[in-house]
Design a protein around this ligand. Sequence first.
Ligand SMILES: N[C@@H](CCC(=O)N[C@@H](CS)C(=O)NCC(=O)O)C(=O)O
Length: 264
Amino acid sequence: MMRDGVKVKIYYIPGSHPCEAVFKAAELKNIDYKRVVVLPPAHRIQMTLMFGSRTVPAAKITGGPNGTEKIQTSRKIIRAFESMNPDAPEFYPSDPAQRERVLAAEAWGDGDFQDIGRRLSWAHLARDASGVASFSEGQPVPLPKFMQNLAAAPMSKIQAKLNRADDESVKSDLAKLPELLDQVDQYIADGVIGGEQPNAADLQILASLWLWRSMDDLRPAIDARPSGKACEALFGEPGGRIAGGILPADWFEPVNRSLVPATA
Ligand SMILES: N[C@@H](CCC(=O)N[C@@H](CS)C(=O)NCC(=O)O)C(=O)O
């Protein structure tokens, strides 16, 4: 059981996949929390002033096992949640060999793999910001709708620049996608992720696919795989929707080719 009097606030950007990983972790541990939306790109300054470093997710925990804590990064927050409710199923398996595998997969999912979701989504939204509103729907955004709509295009262009979502990087990310999905499928086949009880690697890796699945041009290739099904089982529907046809169709050739069975 979580102890009484604990308060958790999670600072986040709607649609951010590491933030979604943290929300799912809180849900699985039965941890009550309050969501606080921060607005990109200004969140970099806000987070630096409040937490010391510029990224979300960030969590403020008061009255927990370690008193008041301010924590940044999805991996550290998920570790803090693990210790807050030891009665709930564990994110880090106690079997040493399985634990090693989960930790390695979690670290892999928090590397370049995590950056790809940011580059791909901002590259789309910088060209066509109409999808931004779908991620904010139902979220406590501290800005009237008309201002959100006015800000969507310039904000997305800045975010694309800050995340280095240039054409070359995005094309290279899309070319790598089938290989990365093969790796996720392999983790599932090896029993590292996709089991009955979600672990820290499930949270980290499948949260990226949750964001990838919001892009119409990517979703069919992901959904056709065990990794897409594992993502859906844990995270459900994506937090928003980015229409197809925004990026040049030929950039998706490697992804679409991977949909065709090798014998065809
Ligand atoms: N690997 C970290 C990175 C988090 C991260 O880069 N978050 C993005 C939003 S998805 C962000 O706040 N970026 C702002 C920046 O890099 O300045 C984590 O999992 O918490």
